[in-house]
Design a protein around this ligand. Sequence first.
Ligand code: ADP
Length: 953
Amino acid sequence: MYCNHRNKSISGLQTGPFSPERRTGNAFGRPWFDRPGTVRNACKSRSLLFVLLCCCFLQGYASQPTAVRGVLDLRNTDLSKNVVALDGEWRWYWHQLRKPEQPDAGFEFIRFPQLWNAATWQRQPISAQGYATYSLTVLLPAHSVGLALEVPDQYSTYRLFVNGKVFAQDGTPATTLAETQPHWSTQLVELPATGDTLQLLMQLANFHHAKGGTAQAMRLGERTRLAAVLTMDHALDLFLTGCLFMSGLFFLGLFGFSRTDRAILYYGLFCLIYCYRIVGTHPYVLHTILPDLSWQLTVRFEYLSLYLGVAIFVVYTHTLYPQDTNRKISAVMTWLCVGFAGTVLLLPTVLFTKFMNLFLALMVSYIGYAFYVYWLAAKRHRPGARYSQMSTALLMVVFGLIILQYFGVAMPAKAILFIGYLGFFFLQSLVLAYRFAFALSEARHTEKQFLANMSHEIRTPLNAIIGFSNLLDTAALTGQQQEFVRYIHTAGKNLLTIVNDILDIAKIEAGKLPLEIIPFSIQSLSDSIRTMLLPTAVDKDLQLVVDVDPTLPPVLLGDPTRLTQILLNLLSNAIKFTKQGRVSLRIDQRDVSNGFVRVRFVVQDTGIGIDPGVLPYIFERFRQASDSTTRFYGGTGLGLSIVKSLVELQGGWIRVSSVPGEGSCFTLEIPYEIGKGESDQAATKSLASWKSTGQTLRILVVEDNPMNQKLALSVLSRLGHSAQVAENGEQALEWLQRSTFDLILMDIQMPVMDGYTTTRHIRTTLRKKTPIIAMTAHALASEREQCLQAGMNDFLSKPFLPNDLQQLIRKYVPSGPELEVVAEPERIPVADAASFTMEPLLKVVEGDLFLATQLLELFLSQTIEQLQQIRQVMAVNELNVISQVLHSQKASIKMLGLDKASLQLEEIEALIGAKAAPTLIVARVQTYTLTLEAELPRIESVMLSAVQKLPSA
Ligand code: ADP
């Protein structure tokens, strides 16, 4: 067996005292054997639990003959089928090392096997150290051939004579300490083929161990059968040793490379230490392989490996679940183990072997405690604790069986113990593997979280850099300065693309990239993509062709934002890597079934193509066709990886084919559910038909700035629509709950509830699919992207021109009314010195002089008030308030064409975005207020002169 109970150190537990039942030949209490047909008498009177356990784990049992008064009668036993343990009453000669030919002298009968520690000679207890001779006559069935005897290790050396000749010897038994040489091994000896009687004589001596006498039964049976069983035992031991040794090395290596979890280190050491016990304890495979190993050395290794193994297991358990383990118990147990190990190193064998039973009791208690710790850990959902619990439960079963064996109640089948040990070590390995994987995924999660946060944080200053370079570009610069500014601008934009890509990847990997399922029209989506890319294609003198299958369902259910991202990426690449020729996007309908359609998108170009060696890996991250790609074309190699993930997230696939020098072709297919109602983007059909009845559209304008409100209302009424104003998101939600609108114009920055939040509420809480157009003062791509992600359909830069608004409305309501052609606005003369002119405003209001004067009046009153407010908060550096007020002025100032103030305002916003020093910001705000104030008298005079020109009401 693998554990200490079977090794000499504690084997006294195996047989127990010589009980009265035993004297009378009742085999109760003696060990059973695991080989077929060798099991002794059934345990008749032990508890039901024992019987059940025995039935489950032990081989069948049958009544077997035992030796009575020195004779074992096997004449009626079929030895070809049974292996018989030579248990029972042997003749015993205490303090005599007899030879076979010596005449019989005083002897007593003694149970075999039995320790001297529990025996008496002439009714007096005897010492465990001494020497004796045992003899037994075995009556064999007639013509028995091919028999063998399995002789296990005894305490602590023996010589066995069979029919007068030495047949087996383990060490050297003698009458003095100096002459005796202990040794332990299991031997198989072939018996002579002559005669039907065996005269067994065993000389036994012990001066070196705390226990003396016989510990294990000898077994008689057919040689081939015994040899097969012993070979199997050795094979299982060697196999388990190999497994543990390799596991130990593996976990040590893993710890060496990862240095993350000390539990891995302790478990590796535990495996290595414990693997010694498998071969270094009964049946001592190691001693069979290396018979010359010194007993003094191996017995110390045997005990040390147990003490240190348990110590390491204690530390391991503590490291696994420090919060669930009592530090004191762990420390006491570890030091006790170390103390026991110390006795092995410092004391002679005869002394330190005394402590084994004490240690065993300690160890069993600790295993119980470890089970409690694992149970607690599992209850608290610690990683892998379930496996730990299962493994200790298994260990407890194994030890339970072993304890049954100690008390001679049962002999568990070796295979059961083997499976138990294997299961224990396997489950413990699983615990560590689980922890390792858990720690890895936690680390990955943290890394992704960090990436996502960093990308987000980097975007803010980056927008400021891009914003500033935009501003600089419009200033009067020398040629070289302009070139530098353009470099800054390009580098900033590239960096922003990379940061956005990384953010996308982090989101995809974290599974946090939500996919929308909303109605949309492929036709209008491809139109807007074409509009977006056309300028770049035209710049490069490339033909950009978008061809959409007219039979495609007009409304599909899916995520238009992600589809746009995919197609923009592929088409931008195609344009980027094509010097001449054309870039095309073809959208076809594939299978249509069960309300779903597979849509195929083919993006083809006549560009540089991709090298066949790189093609299979082109969708991998950071993969580019060649090292020079970044140098010549820029990029990071993240785009295609994101595209692939996005396509696959939507249940589709993507392929690429390419011929270097001729071009590339990316083909992808995505399944979409066919929409029955209106598409959010197109909202075409019903609205169009509804429109054709001549009714006007109801439009909700969500805007806090009164000037913008007025502008929107008047433009919309000119377009023939009725409009309702909501001053913030909350009001908008209230309106939407009360009535239905056909379109929503949504400001982004508003008090109470901003445009993004409002849109999300409209889409998720109210579940309304009404098209939403963002009105934004920023034209940054990131903000546009945010608008789309929040669920808006499009965006309009403020201040918007009526024509832009009308185009957008027509995009979503195709049969909307044509804007009546407006006559050229009348020019209002203004003084040459004045920076404000009426022209930009008239352009915005399409020449409506009345509306223009009204807007100017509003602007004047509003601005005077706001400038006062700015001055007040400037004194206390309230940057938040300043920023809000300035933001609300932005659109009006642009609308009035106050370019200088507008530039100053953008600069201030960029400074605030970049978290510049408050003193710097305040200084700029001061300049801005002065600029604006200087304009006010001019604006007023222009307004008054315009009022005079108005036809009197
Ligand atoms: P990036 O364009 O940022 O480098 P992508 O993942 O979008 O990253 O593309 C990876 C690489 O694939 C590109 O660097 C390029 O070498 C190659 N590639 C992608 N599309 C094309 C194309 N249409 N023609 C030629 N090469 C392409």
